[in-house]
Design a protein around this ligand. Structure first.
Ligand SMILES: Cc1cc2nc3c(=O)[nH]c(=O)nc-3n(C[C@H](O)[C@H](O)[C@H](O)COP(=O)(O)OP(=O)(O)OC[C@H]3O[C@@H](n4cnc5c(N)ncnc54)[C@H](O)[C@@H]3O)c2cc1C
Length: 564
């Protein structure tokens, strides 16, 4: 198969293709030559010498997101006839115009075929001169094709099932990492075409197709990250500063560390942005009087960190911290490690799980922890339930109420006043399709492939009720994920990392602290290891304070390095 490319501008979006297939190499070359002469500047001319070869080319093009305008196939080809080819090609490119090349003797068969494969034209060989016999026909077909306006999609494609937990997790992962993608449900015609092109069974979903057409079947986050251009490997084995966690605190530390000349690496388990990246609207961050989406804010911070030279590694879970002499070692789940002079722990918190029966099985299938954003479109005109009484639950309710038929906030307490900011309570009160049910808890979730019903209990009367519900978003507070630091740094009884003056009892630092000086403000019980943001004991649990602590921790890193 030969293809025309655009060497003048290789990065330009691919031109639509005209594909021609003929088993006679001489004829095949002649058709391609004539087509290229007249259409080569606007169309990519693809040539094949058998039906199978042409179908392979179409499958590749389908995965890449290329468009095909016209298919020209010779009627008489061994193995796969032109008609068989056009019929198979229809499954991949139903919009492409189909032309059969026939000899005069085969005209009758070609006319019959018009009904069988929905042929658009049959062209008699030889077509000389092309100006009279070929180009007017192709021009006509191209005009009809353009009328359907079938545009190419050159971004990552995700084909999955709406109710599949892994399909949902992949979308969430791509969205949080700011990777543009287009979603195709496997039960739509285009979804089925992509699965067919990649020869993937609908039982092994999701299928991810990268912009250059590579299919990936049910990949792990790390495989996905590497293929969509996210960095997953550190470039060095020693840094001045290792930041663990890529939320606001970690990003703040990376921006200040790198901009102040420290060789800085940030290691993130999932996607930069942290909890803030999942917030639909942050209203109280300084300098944004109209609010800002968490994804926008943290994406800017990510770009800023990269601009200053920080290295950002994603999908790497840090599982251990060691002090090896003056070096601080950070180990990854796969056994690899990096060393640094200093470490800033910025691992934040993650959602607590709701203990009701049936929820585990339906998580990702109608039940979601946080992350209301990527599922919002699916909730249009439906009844949505939210569990939680804090700001994150309130923000999600306001956001989801724009499209949902109704949003019901379920709160265990007697009112929202105890746990939610005043401005959000006011907003919620003004939105007609949001209801608040106080003193209510979820005790069971029901559904086969997807959430269908919830059993609720009124904690004042003990009354039990079942409600129809397709969507449940849970925001019930969070806990630090610091088990991996057990025995290494001092933590409080809930697992938050203790730092600075909080490490001192009666003016004396905790046992094991053997330096002459007191711990610096955000320094943990291990010298040179700092903590910033929500993971710190007694922290404010706000974006602004997390960013501020990240910046402050870098200032203390400098002070520590001066004393080395
Ligand atoms: C929905 C929602 C709405 C919110 N709205 C507001 C608001 O309007 N205003 C406000 O001020 N605050 C708001 N908050 C709170 C705010 O987002 C947090 O206080 C802030 O994100 C804390 O930042 P952080 O960097 O300390 O931690 P996080 O944002 O929790 O980030 C920690 C990061 O560390 C990563 N990580 C954890 N463990 C590891 C490990 N072992 N290895 C590698 N990486 C790891 C995590 O994957 C995560 O990305 C909201 C929170 C949520 C969930």
């Amino acid at each position: 198969m030969a293809a025309a490319t655009n060497p003048a501008n290789p990065t330009a979006p691919a031109r639509p293709s005209i594909l021609t297939v003929d088993d006679d190499p001489g004829v095949s070359r002649a058709v391609a030559r004539d087509l290229r002469r007249h259409y080569g500047d606007r169309y990519r001319i693809v040539r094949a010498e058998s039906g199978e070869q042409a179908l392979d080319a179409l499958r590749e093009m389908k995965l890449r997101g290329d468009t095909v305008a016209v298919l020209l196939a010779d009627y008489r080809m061994p193995q796969m006839s032109g008609l068989q080819f056009l019929e198979a090609a229809m499954d991949l490119y139903p919009q492409a115009r189909r032309i059969l090349l026939t000899a005069y003797a085969d005209t009758g068969a070609a006319i019959e075929a018009i009904n069988v494969v929905d042929l658009d034209y049959y062209l008699l060989k030889p077509w000389d001169p092309p100006e009279e016999k070929l180009y007017p026909v192709i021009d006509n077909q191209l005009e009809s094709w353009r009328a359907v306006d079938y545009r190419p999609i050159q971004e990552t494609k995700v084909v999955g099932h709406r109710w599949s937990a892994r399909s949902s997790a992949v979308r969430e992962f791509l969205a949080r990492n700011q990777v543009p993608y287009r979603w195709y449900s496997s039960d739509t015609p285009e979804g089925a075409r992509l699965l067919d092109a990649a020869s993937v069974d609908a039982r092994t979903l999701p299928l991810i197709v990268t912009p250059d057409g590579d299919p990936l079947v049910a990949p792990t986050d790390a495989e996905l990250a590497a293929r969509v251009g996210l960095s997953t490997q550190p470039s060095s084995d020693f840094y001045d500063l290792i930041v663990v966690g890529g939320g606001p605190a970690g990003l703040g530390a990376a921006v200040y560390g790198a901009s102040e000349g420290l060789r800085t690496v940030l290691v993130e388990a999932i996607a930069t942005g942290g909890q803030a990246g999942q917030s639909s609207r942050i209203e109280n961050y300084l300098g944004f009087p109209d609010g800002v989406s968490g994804a926008q804010l943290t994406e800017r911070a990510r770009r800023q960190a990269v601009k200053f030279g920080a290295e950002l590694i994603t999908t790497r879970d840090v599982v251990a911290l060691e002090a090896n002499g003056a070096a601080r070692t950070v180990r990854f789940a796969d056994g690899a490690w990096i060393d640094g002079h200093t470490v800033i722990l910025a691992t934040g918190v993650s959602y607590r799980q709701l203990g009701a029966a049936g929820l585990d099985r339906l998580t990702g299938r109608g039940v979601y922890y946080g992350s209301a954003l990527t599922e919002a479109a699916n909730c249009a005109e439906q009844d949505v339930y939210i569990v939680g009484g804090a700001n994150s639950a309130g923000q999600a309710a306001v956001y989801l109420a724009r499209g949902a038929r109704s949003v019901t906030i379920l709160v265990r307490g007697k009112s929202l006043q105890e746990s939610m900011s005043y401005y959000l309570i006011q907003q919620i009160g003004e939105i007609k399709n949001i209801n608040v049910r106080t003193c209510t808890e979820v005790i069971e979730a029901h559904g086969e492939d997807h959430l269908e019903r919830l059993t609720l209990r009124d904690s004042t009367t003990g009354e039990i009720e079942q409600v129809a519900a397709g969507w449940l978003f849970v925001f019930i507070g969070a806990l630090p994920r610091t088990d991996w630091l057990d025995g290494m740094v001092v933590r409080d009884r809930r697992g938050f990392v203790v730092a600075g003056p909080d490490l001192t009892v009666d003016g004396q630092p905790v046992p094991g602290w053997d330096l002459d000086r007191q711990p610096f403000h955000l320094e943990t019980s291990v010298p040179g290891v700092f903590v910033a943001g929500d993971a710190r004991a007694e922290s404010a649990k706000r974006v602004a304070s997390a960013v501020g602590e990240g910046a402050m921790a870098v200032m203390l890193v400098h002070r520590y390095l001066e004393g080395l």
